[in-house]
Design a protein around this ligand. Sequence first.
Ligand code: NAD
Length: 440
Amino acid sequence: MKITVIGTGYVGLVTGTCFAEMGNQVYCVDIIEEKIQNLKNNIVDIYEPQLNELVKSNQEKGDLIFTTDIKFAIENSDLYFIAVGTPMAEDGSCNLEYVFNVAQNIGEYMNHDCYVITKSTVPVGTSHKIGKIIQKKLHERNKSFNFNLISNPEFLKEGTAVSDCLRPDRIVIGAENEESFEIMKQLYEHFIRNSYNYVFMNINSAEMTKYAANAMLATKISFMNELAGICDKTGVDINEVRKGIGTDQRIGFSFIYAGCGYGGSCFPKDVNALINIGKINNSPTEILEAVNSTNNNAKMYIPNKIFNHFGEDLTELTFGVWGLSFKPDTDDMREASSITIINSLLEKGAKIKVYDPKAMKNAKNIFKDEIEYCNNRFEVVDESDALILITEWKEFRNPNFEIIKNKLKNPIIFDGRNQFDKRYLNKMGFKYYQIGVDDC
Ligand code: NAD
């Protein structure tokens, strides 16, 4: 098939590359010249396991073409995937300006019948608005082409995006006619072998499904984080509670780890967007609002434990931070808990030393010269007053605690992801703070 993917970020680049991997001819379009130039030279500006290799091999075999020329791409393909960002606007709603700009482009350059597929996460009704924009442009051009609107929300997870994309657990397709469902089945049958992994529905339902999935996952996390706050004060260990409830098949173990809050480019903005959709439609969103505020509280768990331990004047203190990305295996720092935690310590005068395996470049764009950037995890603890773990990268999971203890000024660890064995650390003489565990 001939496909154009518009927007070459985490979603567009990964899905475009995976479509090419299956033999389709794919144009990946972006408005950022530098990004496209880099990609043409096989330089991928985001970190995602396996992605570099696939970009290179698919460019070499000629199936993956990077361009800023959207007209050329549209004229030479039949399926247009919209995969541009839909960031949070100031009022919490979903900013659709990038999506609507692309709709204008499609209407301007379309020169044959085609499919317009929304992959970006968008509020209910957006695909139909896209259709109206395209139709208006065609009318202005005095042209008439048939185009089918499809909603095909993306469920890949940063950090495992390529494998999620190559082996999705489900493909949600919202469309209005059999022809659209069929073309999507033809495209995805190489990724999916079982027909029950397709979920067909109408366009509005598909748009809502994406928000529902993210809001449900965010709700699980916030529920556990709220519980963690109570555990902290009642001599309960949230880790034991998690095991106790996770074994219940109705609950399960996914997304019930207590921690210092969720971040990323999706959960925060999608929960907010859903709240906004509720408001517009005069429908209450009390649970979602609580999910949001609980998450904001969770991001302050670690700073509050630090203030309790050291007091609120941190001017003489240095904190070493392990992990900055919003989760392991990505360099993405959008809405990361590390930003809230570090900023609140900086506000109290603390010095901060950081290390992350992949997010250092993004961190430098955010914190500039306000903090010190280290080359490895042990440099971070050298002469620091305490270690803070924020992102549970594998290299932080089982470190040499002897070295850490010798390098730290005080043997204190604040663990935002409950990674370590409390009894072992206490035996070694560490003061070890976790989330949702009675401090000791
Ligand atoms: P991103 O910010 O990483 O990438 C968006 C890209 O679109 C940028 O490179 C930008 O330059 C480009 N762009 C903007 N306007 C353009 C235009 N007019 N023409 C061509 N390119 C343009 O965003 P992302 O994380 O890939 O997310 C894209 C969408 O997918 C969002 O709606 C997001 O909610 C959704 N989504 C993201 C994830 C994720 O894990 N990141 C997962 C599922 C769904």
